[in-house]
Design a protein around this ligand. Sequence first.
Ligand code: ADP
Ligand code: MG
Length: 739
Amino acid sequence: MTEGLDPLGSRLRDLVGDRTAKVLDRGLGLHTVGDLLGHLPRRYAERGELTDLSSLRVDDEVTVVADVMDVSSRRMRHRKGTVLEVVVGDGRGRLVLTFFNQAWRERQLRVGQRGLFSGKVGDFKGKRQLAHPDYLMLDPTDPGGTDGPADSGQPEDADLAETFARALIPVYPATSALPSWKVAQCLRIALDGLGEVPDPVPPAVRLGRGLVGLADAYRLVHRPDDRHDVARGLARLRYDEAFVLQVVLAQRRWASSGLPAIPRPGRPDGLVAAFDERLPFTLTAGQQEVAATLADDLAESHPMHRLLQGEVGSGKTVVALRAMLTVVDAGGQAALLAPTEVLAQQHLRSIEALLGPLAHRGQLGGDDRGTRVALLTGSQPAPARRKALLDLASGEAGLVVGTHALLQENVDFFDLGLVVVDEQHRFGVEQRDALRSKADQPPHVLVMTATPIPRTVAITVFGDLEVSTLTELPAGRPTITTHVVPAAEKPHYVDRAWQRVREEVAAGHQCYVVCPRIGGQESDEDTALSDDLGPRPPIAVLDLHEALLGGPLAGLRVGMLHGRLPGEEKDAVMRSFADGELDVLVATTVVEVGVDVPNATAMVVMDADRFGVSQLHQLRGRVGRGSAPGLCLLVTEGEPGTPARTRLDAVAETMDGFALSRLDLEQRREGDVLGTSQAGIRSSLRVLRVVRDEETIVAAREDASALVSDDPDLGSHPVLRAAVGRLVDADRADYLDKT
Ligand code: ADP
Ligand code: MG
């Protein structure tokens, strides 16, 4: 079928006339028959069931099902003319409809009849009313309505009554210019004239999943006989969205598997072997499995594209480092990209600690089987930076750890073979691409994330990546106990929390205190945050630091860490905390990801309800990393039973990061779930919900992969190919918008 004959592409103007088409365009942004068919009911009213009128709020645009209870007409006192007052009700609430100088409507609005009434809820002397509402009587005795103005809302043709003859009445997101049933009427016309529709889902796939055809799906959602019809129609439309998206992602995977990459096979007698010998522990079964997968990927002649996810402390970094060393063994270089300076510094320290003499080839005390590790960050002094750049360009350094400074143009590599991105969600796709462009052939890419991502989100957001997961924590990892500290009901519990901190310190341990805000002169970020917050601004690092020093933690060594400190100072503070020179660190969420101080055993999170569930889970992963158990205290003024408090209780109850991230995602809007890097994809999702529709997404992914491996450029699936093109264009347009 050619594009030109696609009935979905035909103009609404040709179908419903200029005037209605204009309203559909202006009010709802609908231009084509396809647009209109995709304008789905917001809900369905049951013909047999009345709308709860008591729930209506003033200023709502509503469409209600109600019975006419009383009709009266009176002369106006101060003006000429009459008012027709019609009381409609649902048995509980009442609503007054008023019409001026339209007494003839009395014939249509008969007591005892049921109708749909649509308009904006107003308030007149304490009674809710609809002034000049549109209406549609469901069993009209006088369906003609010929004596009324054409746009009175009364049926212009008897068909309209038939439109609503069914038990379920679709209620559309409408505008005041166009009541819901006018939309329904347009849809009826569109559906009646709808023949065969080009279907992006190939018949074999459709039949395999027991899905109805596209035209049928539209009929089922717009003109259902019952809820079962709606469900069948929606299932098909949801599948479409999932399928087209997964085909895009499958094509990306397919394309990157066709790219050349330099294979970096392991060596039995190299750096990796020396590293394994040095390791003070054995890798868990999960780590070994992932390590083997990575080694296999690296030995391939197309680029690895893998996401490694795992709980905080599950040992991702060790596994990633091993992969980096594999590349060095094969003569290449590997870069580790961290989201912040603090994390880059810390990665450097832990890599150097794990490698020992292997990190200092050719230096005093160095091991010549080893390599060198460079650091590249934005705040580095110029000489250190020059040295790092030189070591990278010459290949002297096999490994480099850095922040986004690594992405700058003047950074050259001798032979970049692997890029490890830590905490992908802070890096855009564009940055990944920038690093990739630094090698002659695309380097292998490993993305690590400690934010557990439910499978569906992973395959939607990171659908072009293969996913590996570390599920177990290394054995002997101490437990972390979490308690909610109800500051409002039980203020003395807060005193007790500080007491606990003193006890931990007395036992030779260290503690974090985390606040939602820096304080002092507010940064833009802070003000943005405080916008939607309640009366009290969230607790700030600067204030609390002072208050603790002068009060509950007097006499302890209390440091401060936040994003507004200069890079060197941040590092100095972090280092002295790591070295045990500070007992307590009052900080913002800069301590969130990856910070590793094994001697830290307790964390107090202030205004814990200001943080997301997953974020809290991440935060508490900072304690209990050594041999002693961890304690996490979530201080909140949230009252029991409130959603905020319930979320905290959930965090206290489980250490299952996947369960918590699900909870987190369910509470967020779809756009936030998918993040900013996939805006085009995000806006393509209309009926699909990433968290809810797991089965659909998984099925679509299977079907898409199979189809793309058979027919990568969709040569024999022109309709699908066109749908894919539209999605990719939207994605690209959105990306260009932003840059
Ligand atoms: P992640 O990056 O997933 O948060 P890391 O790789 O940083 O985890 O590991 C957390 C801590 O556990 C580190 O101190 C690391 O040395 C240690 N560790 C990693 N793997 C093991 C293991 N198999 N057995 C014991 N300790 C381990
Ligand atoms: Mg780590």
